[in-house]
Structure formats: structure tokens, C-alpha cells
Design a protein around this ligand. Structure first.
Ligand code: PGA
Length: 269
């Protein structure tokens, strides 16, 4: 069964331990009352680093929930003050890590070569990299979405083989849609998804393109998530602001699962 991912990127919010503990308690109390959050959908919560254990503990009692990290070092170990090794993440119960998010590229000046290194070390530690790719507002206005996505894809896959590419999660997240009012139209997300699949097919093969999961991120809300139906062909969403309220996050997960309920095994290309 194709596992759908609904990822909560908490960013630098819920800064106190009590915030994430309360969040997890509310999520646990309500998850069973949402009929569509069933098998085949995993909720990935990405809290601040010192709070991984809170989410990891919840994930041990509920297989529908997994812990994700918001960052990882470009190296396995060594003299890198302030960096966190993927081995440490794995030890803390982290199963996914966000890499290449536009806020990291902006705040930490991360280049695509750094992102490629993060992907490589995460995979070596058996953590699934969630790779963000998307065009800026300027590229969007200039009609350069395709060229932008292709350049980012090429940089991140330069040293990645087909087996590892299949293990990654790819997120189409236009930079201009992060923290905005509206996601793009469903057709535009579908076009980006098809482009990513074509890039995977050209670089590797059709089997890799079919196996790799492709998500959408940017301004997803309970109101807008319904546009990402089975026809759009995405395998989940990444949610920022609207993930901060557990019931809104569950509603997004339920709506997405409902609109994709009959497409678990297949993918429209
Ligand atoms: P947003 O953030 O849902 O608040 O737009 C999404 C993200 O940054 O991944």
C-alpha cells in the first residue's frame, strides 16, 4: 500500500516543551474520532530539536504518527560545532528530515550542494530525506518554474543513485506560496508533479519515478486541501501554520485521505 504523508512543519513555534506535550495529547485524544485517518496515512510531526523525544514517544504508541526533524548536518560526525548528526537523529527516534526548505536556504545560506550532502548522510543513517524544490516569486512571474525545478533537481540528484532516489520524499513547494494566502491551482501542482516524475524518469527510470513519493507544500489549509484530489496525483502535503492547531491538522489529514481514498495503490501519470 502506498503510504501518504501529512507533514507538520512546526518551524520555530511551540517553543516550550509544554506546548508540544499538550499538542500531542490533543492529537492522541482526537485522532480516532477522525474516520479517514486510517491505515495508509502517516502524520509526521517536526518539532524543535530538543522535543523529538515527545513526538518519538507518541509514535511508539501510535504507528500512524512519526517524528521528523527540521534539519540535519551535512556530515556524519566530527568537528562541526552546533550541527546534529543524522545518527543522533536516528537515536532520538527521528524517521524523516526536512532538507532544502526555502527558509533554511534563506536563513542558513544553504546551497543545493549542501542539500545533496544532507540527503546522502540522512540516507546512510536510515532517515528519509524530505526534499523541498520550488521556484521563487520572480521565477514564477518570469514563467521559469520548469527551469528552476530542473536545476534544483539536477543539483540534488548529482550523486544519488536510483535506489536512494526512491527512498526520498520530494516536495513541490513554490517559495512564493510559503506563508501566503493561497496555494497554486490544482493544475499547476499537477504540472509540477508530472515534471518531477519526468525528471526522475529521465535521470533514472520509470520504476523510480513511480516509487518515489511526491508531496505538495505551501499555504495548505483545511479549506484548500480538498483541491488536491486523487487526480492531482500527489502523495501528501506539508503544512506550516495550519499544523499548529491539532484539530485543524487532523482535519487536513482527513480531508486529504478522503479525497484520495481510492487511489492508494495507483498514481496518475
Ligand atoms: P505554510 O508553510 O503552510 O505556513 O505556508 C509551509 C511550509 O513552510 O512548509
Amino acid at each position: 500500500m502506498r503510504e501518504r504523508l501529512i507533514i507538520a512543519n512546526f518551524k520555530m513555534n511551540m517553543v516550550r516543551r509544554s506546548d508540544i506535550v499538550a499538542y500531542c495529547n490533543t492529537l492522541r485524544a482526537h485522532i480516532d474520532s477522525v474516520p479517514d485517518v486510517k491505515r495508509g496515512v502517516t502524520l509526521v510531526l517536526c518539532p524543535s530539536a530538543p522535543h523529538y523525544d515527545v513526538v518519538a514517544r507518541l509514535s511508539h504508541t501510535d504507528a500512524r504518527i512519526a517524528c521528523g526533524a527540521q534539519d540535519v548536518a551535512c556530515h556524519m560526525r566530527g568537528a562541526h560545532t552546533g550541527q546534529v548528526s543524522p545518527l543522533t537523529l536516528a537515536d532520538a527516534g527521528v524517521r524523516y528530515v526536512l532538507v532544502g526548505h526555502s527558509e533554511q536556504r534563506r536563513d542558513d545560506h544553504k546551497r543545493m550542494a549542501d542539500v545533496a550532502a544532507q540527503v546522502a548522510v540522512a540516507l546512510r543513517a536510515d532517515i528519509t530525506p524530505v526534499i523541498f524544490i520550488g521556484e521563487t516569486a520572480q521565477e514564477h512571474a518570469q514563467g521559469k518554474m520548469r527551469a528552476s525545478l530542473a536545476a534544483q533537481f539536477d543539483a540534488v540528484t548529482a550523486a544519488l543513485d536510483a535506489r536512494d532516489a526512491q527512498r526520498c520524499v520530494w516536495v513541490y513547494e513554490p517559495v512564493w506560496a510559503v506563508g501566503a494566502q493561497q496555494p497554486p491551482a490544482a493544475e499547476d501542482v499537477m504540472a509540477a508533479r508530472i515534471l518531477l516524475q519526468k525528471l526522475l524518469t529521465m535521470r533514472y527510470d520509470a520504476a523510480t519515478a513511480h516509487a518515489a513519493r511526491i508531496l505538495y507544500g505551501g499555504s495548505v489549509t483545511p479549506e484548500t486541501v480538498g483541491r488536491f484530489t486523487r487526480d492531482v496525483g500527489i502523495d501528501g502535503v506539508v503544512v506550516g501554520r495550519k499544523a499548529l492547531v491539532p484539530r485543524a491538522f487532523l482535519q487536513i489529514a482527513a480531508t486529504f485521505a478522503h479525497h484520495n481514498a481510492h487511489g492508494m495503490m495507483e498514481k496518475t501519470t
